[in-house]
Design a protein. Sequence first.
Length: 407
Amino acid sequence: MCWNGTLEVHEPGPLCLQFLENGTIIGDEDCLTLDVVTPHVRYDSPLPVVVLIGANTLAGGISPAQPSAMYARTKEVVFVRPNFRLGSFGFLALDILSNSKYPPTSGNYGLSDLLVALKWIQNNIKHFGGDPDSVTLLGHRAGATLTAALTTVLNAHKLYSRVWLSSPSVIFPGKPLEQTQKSNEQFKQISKCNDVDCLRRISQLEILSATPDTWLGSDVSTLPTSDEFKRSWLVLDGQYLRTHAYERWDAQKEAKNIGNEKMFKPIVFGTTQHSGHTELLRMKHLNWTAEIVEKMVNESYLGEKNLTEDVFKIFNKSYSGLVELISSVRTLCPLVSLARMRLSAPLYVALGAGAGGGAMGSGLADIDSDIQAILGTFDSVMPEQRRFMAAIQQLFYYYVWNGKLPG
């Protein structure tokens, strides 16, 4: 029997269980809710919908992509923020899980949560003043990676109108399910669970504690090394993700070229000039001298390949030069390759002068500055900061309303 009451909700729902970047565990297993922020409900003039999909990593981390009621009124859009499972609760692929269902598969539960949320939006958002035929997916960081993967799911294109991806990773799953399950055997050893009934008996904390530290993400605020461990939480499960993302996008482009426009939805990629900046990195040294910066480059994969001299022909030997280099290697160059060469999609880069927030103006466009500006939470004090925020808002909300970039 369906519940027929009225639930007054004025606060966000509980966060899903997750690791914060300092190792703290927060959240609740009963978390699959979504927040809807709407300026008004009018069935005769529905507003565009912006779905906020944010996470610092797929193991957790609170995203700044949070909706505001006042801002929804200002921009005349409906914001939706769906929760999705993270870490082992959201993406664990194991043979004992696959063998407990038919067809046998496991993993990508967090991705399935987003698909269910988008189906809910299609069926219900009109009752909150939103237009189901104008749904923009706004993904940030790991949320953008998950959103990018979602665009490759069969028939998912029917659930949204356009996509905006801020600083996604371009590492997508390429291993078959069986290989991923073997790689995840360590979880079974730590949890001491060899069947699905055992997994159901142990506590939430025990499941999180069984997550190997190496799964929680490498330090992307440093330069890569040759022995760096790379792991994708997402998996080619055969149900949601069937082929590598690049293959799926190639097929969508081909469909567009032969006249099937519906399969290929517009995508905008973006990042920031100093996405590699973190306070943790900055605080490693009180004074970032040229010698310290050069030493870090020499000890990285770039140094191993004798590229240090070439690097400093482009980047200066300062902290800002270092994080710009990290950002270029980790995010910008891979995104340029993906956006322009693979998808022929537009790409923006938020630069430091205006995108460095705060009263003093850091001059560093960190990984959150573009999303904060889009959502009106950017700390804009100086004229160039206000110009940056106005410019990126104009870009984003024109895209939301018109389905294309201005110009």
